[in-house]
Design a protein around this ligand. Structure first.
Ligand SMILES: *Cc1c(COP(=O)(O)O)cnc(C)c1O
Length: 318
């Protein structure tokens, strides 16, 4: 980061940001990509480009764009959200559910127009759940038949790709836009991209500026994101550590689900009581989707996982 070559990225002359955008676009299988300071802004930029007031968009229940972005998809991007059940598996609806939610096209002028499907791979609140490529393809073709555009919240797409042993581009086939984060277990302090066609990225650049996301010599952060990209294959270690934690928790009587990636969800009787007691033992977790959520990343070692389990056992949970 200290050695990064920088320029003014508001006028698009930061060479390190450009390198990141080009590499990220190629890895994601999209024509172009745009740096954003956060994944939340990447999603908001994409939804603002895709949606108009009076539009409705579909997203799986508990999607980040529905529950963790304070309703900005509605009050800034202008789209009425419709949450879909995870009846196709954790974190995803069935194609038929998408088709049914879309409703008939060309209703009277006073009806909402459903114009966008927003998928999330991996789905954070479903415990880092992976959408495999054949299901992605079915959801895409259903959306297309219904005339919907598709945005993929791929903040954690690197995790899905590593879990499946596929390149990330295999999971973006056919989407209009995809967002991706470099700070999810990869070690970059901040930074995301939103990718799509060149025309999409030019509109996204204007939207980013409106939201105050145009930043100047930001190559210092893009340099860290380039290192994060190199580290993607190492995510398999985070997934191993997550399984180790889930297994250990089950041995202690928790109902921890076996994770597909780096997030372990565990239902408990009283989340606040459990979180406070974990914290007193120096084990940090957060609540999500009504469960306790542990996230593994590169700075937590397998030995740290074992130490956490020892402390949890000493604390006598759940
Ligand atoms: C973390 C996350 C985001 C938002 O990224 P920030 O950089 O924290 O704003 C969006 N979507 C998903 C699925 C995420 O996990």
């Amino acid at each position: 980061m200290a050695a990064a070559e920088v320029g003014d990225n508001v006028i698009d002359v930061d060479p390190t940001v450009r390198e990141l955008e080009e590499r990220a676009a190629a890895v994601l299988g999209m024509p172009a990509a745009l740096w954003t300071p956060s994944g939340t802004m990447a999603n908001l930029v994409a939804l603002s480009v895709h949606l108009e007031r009076g539009d409705r968009f579909l997203a799986p229940k508990n999607a980040h764009v529905l529950t963790n972005e304070l309703g900005s998809a509605a009050w800034l991007a202008g789209g009425m959200p419709e949450a879909l059940e995870h009846d196709g598996g954790p974190g995803r609806p069935k194609p038929e559910t998408v088709a049914a939610a879309t409703g008939p096209r060309g209703g009277p002028y006073y009806t909402l127009r459903t114009t966008l499907l927003c998928l999330e791979n991996t789905h954070n609140a479903a415990g880092g759940a992976v959408i495999p490529p054949h299901e992605h393809a079915q959801l895409l073709s259903t959306a297309r038949q219904a005339g919907l555009r598709v945005h993929l919240d791929g903040a954690r797409i690197w995790h899905a790709a590593v879990a499946l042993g596929l390149p990330p581009a295999a999971l973006t086939v056919g989407v209009d836009s995809v967002s991706a984060c470099f700070s999810k277990a990869l070690g970059a302090p901040a930074g995301s991209v939103v990718a799509g066609s060149r025309e999409f990225v030019e509109r996204a650049r204007r939207m980013r500026q409106m939201l105050g996301g145009g930043m100047r010599q930001i190559g210092v952060l893009a340099a860290a994101c380039l290192i994060a990209l190199d580290r993607v294959p190492l995510l398999a270690e985070e997934h191993d550590k997550a399984r180790r934690l889930a297994h250990g928790l089950r041995e202690l009587g928790w109902e921890a689900e076996t994770p597909e990636t780096n997030i372990v969800l565990a239902p408990v009787a009283d989340i606040a009581v459990t979180l406070a007691s974990l914290q007193a033992q120096g084990v940090l977790a957060l609540p999500m989707a009504g469960k306790v959520r542990f996230v593994l990343h590169r700075d937590v070692s397998a030995a740290d996982v074992d130490e956490a389990l020892r402390r949890i056992k000493a604390g006598g949970h759940p």
